[in-house]
Design a protein around this ligand. Structure first.
Ligand code: KIV
Length: 282
């Protein structure tokens, strides 16, 4: 019998220096694939705005959209540690707003934790949500919701001064009570400093190998998202090509009447065709 992954299991993995595999998913079937593949964690990222809805950024994504997708993912991956991603303007206004929206993820989608972007500037939000009994995962380095302020989707912490700011953010996230930290798009030296100085599990995306595990965006991993491919992505297959080729074959089969074939049709029960002909003759 399978056992549901808990925050304690993830802490035990850190202790045993066993790496944690984390992937985004946005729908029921992909969540099923992720769980079957042995993923310990799934993030229902607000990246769904770009990967599923075709927006240019994550900014237009709403709470209702994130909840709806998280709910589908939960059903597809009942035993995986599912994380709901707080979208832009769901926690920025006040601690109260942050707690209410984080709580919605648990009440309406049964997630195991929420993730929000920012370090020092969101410390009081992390504390408030944690005090409400909800697992929080911090997210620092490149934070896509503020990519406008960061000058685009750019790596962070590449100078000593910037690196120090990222490290201070990491410490603030832990001090505020977050259970885990995600570090995005920083040099591995910065990740190592954070990993060595924090007690909570540190996961990376574009942050090198020196941490407790890795996150990737599923649409990048399977080669489905085509607008751009960040440097840190490893494509494990080319879904765009595979699916387009399959669709091309279908189009050709329809045009040439090769589809549907004999094996795809419903046969009349023996003797019924003759009866039908008789009926039609009357
Ligand atoms: O929304 C998301 O998928 C994320 C990743 C970019 C880390 O937050």
């Amino acid at each position: 019998m399978s056992k549901k992954m808990s925050i304690h299991d993830l802490y035990k993995m850190k202790e045993a220096r066993e790496k944690i595999a984390w992937l985004t998913s946005y729908d029921y079937p992909t969540a099923q694939f992720a769980e079957a593949a042995g993923m310990e964690m799934i993030l229902v990222g607000d990246s769904l705005g770009m990967c599923v809805y075709g927006y240019k950024s994550t900014v237009p994504v709403t709470m209702d959209t994130c909840i709806r997708h998280s709910d589908a993912v939960r059903r597809g991956a009942p035993d995986t540690f599912v994380v709901g991603d707080m979208p832009f303007l769901s926690y920025q206004a006040s601690d109260e707003q942050a707690v209410m929206n984080a709580g919605r993820f648990l009440k309406e989608a049964d997630v195991d934790a929420i993730k929000l972007e920012g370090g020092i500037r969101v410390a009081s939000r992390i504390q408030a949500i944690t005090n409400a009994g909800i697992n929080v995962i911090g997210h620092i380095g490149l934070t896509p919701q503020s990519s406008g302020q960061l000058g685009g989707h750019k790596a962070q912490g590449r100078t000593a001064e910037d690196a120090q700011m990222v490290i201070r953010d990491a410490q603030a996230v832990q001090e505020a009570g977050a259970k885990m930290l995600l570090v995005e798009a920083v040099p591995p030296e910065v990740t190592s400093c954070i990993w060595n100085s924090l007690k909570i599990p540190v996961l990376g995306i574009g942050a090198g190998v020196n941490c407790d595990g890795q996150l990737l965006i599923v649409s990048d991993l399977i080669g489905q998202f085509q607008a751009f491919t960040p440097k840190f992505v490893k494509k494990y297959c080319n879904m765009a090509e595979i699916v387009t080729n399959a669709m091309k074959s279908y189009v050709a089969d329809v045009k040439d009447s090769r589809f549907p074939g004999d094996e795809h049709i419903y046969k009349m029960i023996a003797g019924e065709e003759e009866k039908l002909n008789n009926l039609l003759r009357i």
